[in-house]
Design a protein around this ligand. Sequence first.
Ligand code: FNR
Length: 385
Amino acid sequence: MAQARNIDDLRSLARRRVPRFSFEYVDGGAEDETTMAANRASFAATRILPRQLAGIRAVDMSVDILGKTSQLPFAVAPTGYNGLLAKNGDLVLARTARLAGIPFTQSTMSSSSIEEVARVIDGGRHWFQLYMLKDTAITRRLVERAQQAGCEALVLTSDAIVLGNRETDKHNYASPGKLTWGAKLDVARRMAWLLDVVAPHGPPGFGNLAEFLPRGQTSAIDGARFISAQMDTALSWETVDWLRSIWPHKLVVKGIMRVEDALAAAERGVDAIVVSNHGGRQLNGTASSLEVLSAIGKPLNGRCDIILDSGVRRGSDIFKALALGAKAVLCGRAMLYGLAAGGATGAARAVEILQTELERTMMLAGSSSLMQIDRSALCVASGSF
Ligand code: FNR
């Protein structure tokens, strides 16, 4: 694992280790994947203007995010079915985040339950991502469980009222929830993965929703079917008001791409927004999150924190997002490639890679603390962002 030089190396290792359907579930995006490509292209098109002779002795990468200090300006993004990549995938990522001093965001669709993650987080930062479900009693129960488990933030995902059109995933399933024969043969070929993840306790379950599933239906696949029937397409700002009234801690809305939505969130007392296109997995053809970031930041004028995700693979990407107004970023696939490549060791390596890359970028760009990173650190063609 130490030989993995960057996140892309972890991705290559992951591709070799886990079954094809698991890898493609993580790696793929919606339809023609142009939004996914745009996310990476925007980072590539944004160039740094290094400041020299800045007298840097040490670099401080800590940041105050949602009212608490994090050691690094990134958090683990919420991702469903982490148990498909490594045994107890959520617990592994939660422990990795705690050791690194960064927040772990648990998905509604996690393989482990809120309570199991809370036990592992043990004083670390635990955020819970919420999908609003048609059955408000279930949503309320999830919110209550998150509160009882000590989660410090609720992250409402706004850009997935229906599931994105992920054609690769469809190719791997004969019908909803049933692997094709090709995918099954591929699983069998990768015995090491099979022994690690599936045996001896059977395939990963569906942590948070197990109590709502009909008797005997406890697998990730049953959960997936349940959740897609339960997605509340009527999600609106009234839902945010409702959550604000029942959730006394930090509230975050994830999936914001327009200025007016960012302002509406701030007006409703939301503590942070995540500027995100869901890593290009939902609506294909959208703008990249980086290209809308500064347009959102200016009118928002510090009324709530801005977090960015979608396409972060390098420490220099984090630097660029911060320079354009984000306080921190979420890392989705970067962490999952690590997890899939080597469980706890791989996840820790992903954090280490991003951390050392950011540190080196800051040194070479002439910034000793995150406060010093602003737009003047970038050479962006005027009017392009
Ligand atoms: C996700 N994402 C996601 N988001 C969310 O709010 N709830 C979820 O359950 C999931 N599940 C999920 C699974 C997988 C496999 C991926 C890759 C992503 C989106 C995630 O939180 C984040 O927005 C993106 O991953 C960011 O893009 P990058 O970092 O993966 O490029």
